[in-house]
Write a protein that binds this ligand. Structure first.
Ligand code: PSU
Ligand code: MN
Length: 306
């Protein structure tokens, strides 16, 4: 058997791949572990509509029934949003969950892996994983960053939350040769807020420019992904002071409770949601729709020049 035997691609996406149509990968950890039900289910459907609205085809990923699923039907989306005991699969978990047929949501790292196996080059998410605060002691660095180092997928996100050490996350990406592109911005975005205060090296002007950079990178045989930082739309951007306090509190609580490993990110996300009384959810939804829109535009441009 080879890796293709583990892929389960919907007929629509299979056809789109064969015809070089624009496709946008979407992750499922954001559904299973990043948002509450039923808002996550509404989001799962709406984000796919956003992609279609731009002339691309959505491919939401998950690990189900011992298969790497590329594209989920309504029943599978419902399960990912509401099912019980859905694991969170990063790179090291994939083989285990496939072999044991455990249902699992895909992170940025695993969604990139599956997209790459299927030949899908653009992926929209909310925020990427990165170097956690205090990583000097805990060594907690998301496997997402290593995936960027060697998997050829362009990921559009609203940057990362300040649950992470954003400066160190950017340093890590630099060390591993990952281009970090600011989408019409000179500042790396910070999820709920437009700017993190950290600059990016490149301010790209439009989707066509991103597509040309992707093509050039891979034409040269430079392996690895690209990070496109797409800021949350101004009208939904939250006040730094408000959200920073909440995030500091969540990080402190995680430390006190001894939360570590793969539980850290879901714990912090859930705690932030609790502490903001759900205020942050509206922003979260909007930034993710905005990423889906830009990713779709990039996929459309990339399909033209590929
Ligand atoms: N950050 C968010 N929302 C998320 C995640 C990160 O603001 O839903 C998810 C993504 O799927 C990301 C994963 O790939 O968490 C990173 O987890 P870890 O830090 O355990 O690698
Ligand atoms: Mn981690």
């Amino acid at each position: 058997m080879n890796y293709k035997d583990y892929l389960s691609i919907t007929p629509e996406i299979e056809k789109a791949i064969a015809e070089n149509k624009p496709i946008v990968a979407l992750e499922s950890t954001i559904l299973s572990h990043g948002m509450p039900y039923p808002e996550n289910l509404e989001f799962a459907h709406k984000v796919e509509e956003v992609v279609r609205g731009q002339g691309a085809i959505p491919a939401t990923m998950a690990i189900l029934d011992g298969k790497l699923k590329v594209g989920l039907n309504a029943e599978e989306l419902e399960f990912m949003c509401h099912g019980e005991n859905i694991a969170k699969a990063s790179r090291r978990d994939v083989a285990v969950y496939l072999a044991t047929k455990k249902p699992a949501a895909t992170t940025v790292a695993t969604t990139m892996m599956i997209a790459d196996m299927a030949g899908i080059r653009v992926f929209a998410t909310g925020g990427i994983g990165g170097v956690h605060r205090g990583a000097q002691e805990t060594m907690d660095i998301s496997a997402d960053l290593q995936e960027f180092a060697h998997t050829n997928v362009c990921v559009v996100s609203a940057g990362c939350k300040s649950i992470l050490d954003i400066g160190l996350t950017l340093e890590y990406l630099e060390t591993y040769g990952v281009p970090v592109l600011g989408y019409q911005t000179k500042d790396f975005p910070c999820f709920y807020c437009e700017s993190s205060g950290f600059g990016v090296d490149y301010d790209v002007k439009d989707a066509e420019e991103v597509a040309r950079i992707m093509k050039t990178k891979w034409d040269l045989g430079l392996e690895g992904g690209l990070v496109v930082g797409n800021p949350i739309p101004h009208e939904y951007s939250m006040d730094h002071n408000v959200i920073d306090k909440v995030i500091d509190q969540a990080v402190e609580m995680a430390k006190e409770k001894g939360i570590h490993g793969k539980a850290t990110t879901p714990f912090l996300l859930a705690t932030i949601k609790e502490l903001t009384g759900g205020d942050s959810l509206a922003s979260n939804l909007q930034l993710a729709y905005n990423n889906a829109k830009v990713a779709s535009q990039i996929a459309v441009e990339y399909a033209k020049i590929k």
